[in-house]
Structures are given as C-alpha cells and as structure tokens.
Design a protein around this ligand. Sequence first.
Ligand SMILES: Cc1cc2nc3c(=O)[nH]c(=O)nc-3n(C[C@H](O)[C@H](O)[C@H](O)COP(=O)(O)O)c2cc1C
Length: 334
Amino acid sequence: MTTSNRIAMSPMLMYMAEEDGIARDLHLVHYGARILGGVGLVMTEVIAVTPEGRISSSDLGLWEDAQIAGLARIVDFAHEHGAVMGAQLAHAGRKSKSQERGLAPSAVAYEGLPVPKELSGSEIDSTVAAYGEAAARAVSAGFDCIELHVAHGYLLHEFLSPLTNQRSDDYGGSMENRARIVRRVVAEIRGAVPDSVPLFVRLSAEDLADGGLTREESTWLASQLASEGVDLFDVSSGNVVPGYAAPVYPGYQANYALDLKAQLGVKTAAMGSISSPELAEYLVSSRSADLVFIGRALLRDPNWALKAARHAGVEPHLAIPAYARATGPYERGF
Ligand SMILES: Cc1cc2nc3c(=O)[nH]c(=O)nc-3n(C[C@H](O)[C@H](O)[C@H](O)COP(=O)(O)O)c2cc1C
C-alpha cells in the first residue's frame, strides 16, 4: 500500500451513526474534509463487527452487507482524491453501552458499567467468525487496509489483560492462552482478505495498572503476530481501567512504537498528542515510526496536513485548485 504521505488520521469515534450502523452524509463530509485536507491514510473510527460489539448505539457497523455501500462511498471519494483508507474493526466487550450488559472474557465490570456476561466457547467462535466476515465486507467496500482494535480495554484487549480475564479455559491464564483469541482473529481476517491488503493492529503496549498487561507480554504478542500476517503495529497504552496513569506530553506514546521497531524490526505507527508538524517530521525522518497517527489535531483542523506541507516549504496537491488563492504569504501555516 502506498500513501501520498506518512500522515494518518487516527481512528476517532464520532457517535453519529444511527441504530442501523450505516455511514451517512455526515460521515462522508467529516472524512471527506480530511481527505481534501491532504491526509495520506484516513483510518475510520471503530466499526463494530457485531451489533452487541458496539461501544454505543451510534457506532458504525459492518455486521451486515447493507452497511457496505455507505462506507464504499467514502472510500471511493478518498481514492478520487489521492488518499487511501483503512477500516478499524472492533468489538467493545465489557465497555459496550449499546445494550444492558456487555460481553467479555469474564464477568468483571468496568467502573460504572454493569457486570458483563462471560463469553462461552461457542460465542468466542462466532465472534472470531464475525471479525473475518466484517473484514471481507471492508474489502468489498474498497478499503485499502484493515486495522484490528486490540487496545483501550475493548474485547480483544480484555482477553489479553489479567485484570479483565479470569478464565480458566484455553483463553485464560498464561499469556499464550490470553493471546489465543487475538491470534485466531488475525488468522480469520488473513483468511478472509487478500494478502495484498495490509493488516494493522492497534495495541495497548501496557496497562499502566498493577497486575495488568506488561510491555514484555505485548512485545511477545507482537512478535507472534508479525509472523502471522500483521503488517504494522499502531501502539497505544492503557485504558483497560479508568484514567491514564502516566504523564501525557507531546508524543507521549511514541516510545512504544520506537521500541517495538527497534526490538522486532516491524513497521509501526506512533500516536498520542502529535500536534506539531516538527514532532511528526522528527518521528518519521528519524525512522522512529513509519506513520504518525494524528487524532485531535485533525478534529481541530481538517487542513492540518496541507498546512504542515506548506510549513515545511512543500506546495501540496490541492483537490480544488482555487484553494491556492487562499495561500498568500501571510496565510502559509500554523
Ligand atoms: C473523539 C475521540 C474518539 C476516539 N475514538 C477512537 C476509536 O474509535 N478507536 C481508537 O482506537 N481510538 C480512538 N480514540 C483515540 C485516538 O485515536 C488517539 O489515539 C488519541 O486521541 C490520542 O491521539 P491524539 O492525541 O493525536 O488525539 C479516540 C479519541 C478521540 C479524541
């Protein structure tokens, strides 16, 4: 997959879909603004693989074919204007607020939410299958890559973390067991999409809580997944328990991407409070990461990428040439 630059829009849930999970005009305009704004890779917000796997009842979905066309319209628009698009696939697990009780590895509640129902072995099997089916639908919609959400305390991360996984079957206990469902989902997606479609995994590198997932464990998992068809790791941290228990500063999570790249030689994306073009440039030019994921800065300003180019002295391609008339000597940057 070739991108026009190394700027990626970080997945950000907009809570603007309806009960049917279908992308609508608002989604086209929201993503379209960042596409016209020069972002190389536009990653969608979480897309639920099952209705029970929604974070909220306003999430997008790919649990049925009727949801393909709305997303395909956005992907087509991206392709017409030089961007590529990724679909972030997720299941909310115990953090689902779209129903009375979430589904989770164990009946351990997230603060303020009801005690979830523990998934049975056959429910695990059908959930794994749902990821593969959603990935196949994403490819039908034309997406260039898939990102599997294994971070931030949602279902797959809940299996990895001893704080949320208290199972005594093949899916709990040792790290190998806790990682089993993630590896099954990766194999399922790999079997459902062509080899040419890159698969990214968003990991929480550590839980930042006593007794939680450690960096050694997540590094071991990444090394397994890298040989099982995952092409890039987009590395975050925390959020399996409420609150973020580490200092936050510009680029505060980039060290996770850098370390994983140094240890395993894998492709990585850095993320977390990357708002200045200088920091983004440093991260990619120093080969600390292959991509930078920009989140809130792109919510504040859909034209962040165009401005970053001009700031660096590069005249960006403009989808609408008349926009060039708005780039005089006093309108060049940040
Ligand atoms: C409104 C909002 C919604 C988010 N939704 C998601 C999401 O759907 N999937 C995900 O992996 N991360 C989500 N995140 C986290 C962002 O992708 C990003 O990792 C985080 O905001 C830190 O990066 P930033 O400082 O550049 O915003 C969300 C963040 C925000 C602010």
